[in-house]
Design a protein around this ligand. Structure first.
Ligand code: HEM
Length: 141
């Protein structure tokens, strides 16, 4: 590989890593950083327990812990300076008999909370895209 090719491969690598890190950074910022994510999850947890389709799942749940764990998880996923300290998704959802409809109801509860929080649709979709792959870790476990 000559020096020109090496240089151009290095700049492509640099640009790719730069764009990956800025998009992760800006999602954290678009969610209002730690304070915004904390407020978002306060609303989200209220929506979950008020939704008659899924509230039964949360009857025995420590809601303060759930709020805290969701905040750490979303902060880390969005590229913020947090480390999720909770149980993995399979462990925490096994035995709960969560259905596809339950999952969809939870997504709606989150969307309502994001609307209330004034989070832009683009940022909403980016957060949902990060959560969507967890579907198989949570449903029918
Ligand atoms: C992408 C979707 C989901 C994410 C990211 C998620 C995230 C979490 C997190 C971070 C925890 C805390 C784990 C811990 O305490 O260490 C948790 C617990 C829990 N989740 Fe989910 N969850 C999802 C889907 C669902 C759905 C669809 C339901 C039911 C409608 C549900 C019901 C619960 C319950 C009941 C707990 C508490 C379990 C316990 O008390 O031990 N989750 N979830």
């Amino acid at each position: 590989m000559n020096i020109k090719a090496l240089f151009s491969a290095a700049s492509v690598f640099f640009l790719l890593s730069f764009s990956a890190s800025t998009s992760a950074q800006s999602l954290y910022q678009d969610l209002g950083e730690l304070e915004g994510i904390d407020q978002l999850n306060e609303r989200f947890v209220i929506n979950l327990v008020e939704d008659r389709r899924i509230s039964h799942h949360f009857e025995q749940t420590d809601l303060a812990r759930l709020h805290q764990m969701l905040t750490e998880q979303f902060c880390e996923l969005a590229g913020g300076p947090c480390v999720y300290s909770g149980d993995d998704m399979v462990t925490s959802h096994t035995g709960l008999n969560i259905t596809r409809s339950d999952f969809n109801a939870l997504v709606e509860a989150l969307q309502l909370a994001m609307d209330d929080q004034g989070i832009a649709i683009g940022a909403q979709n980016r957060l949902l895209a990060l959560l969507a792959p967890m579907h198989h870790e949570v449903v029918n476990r």
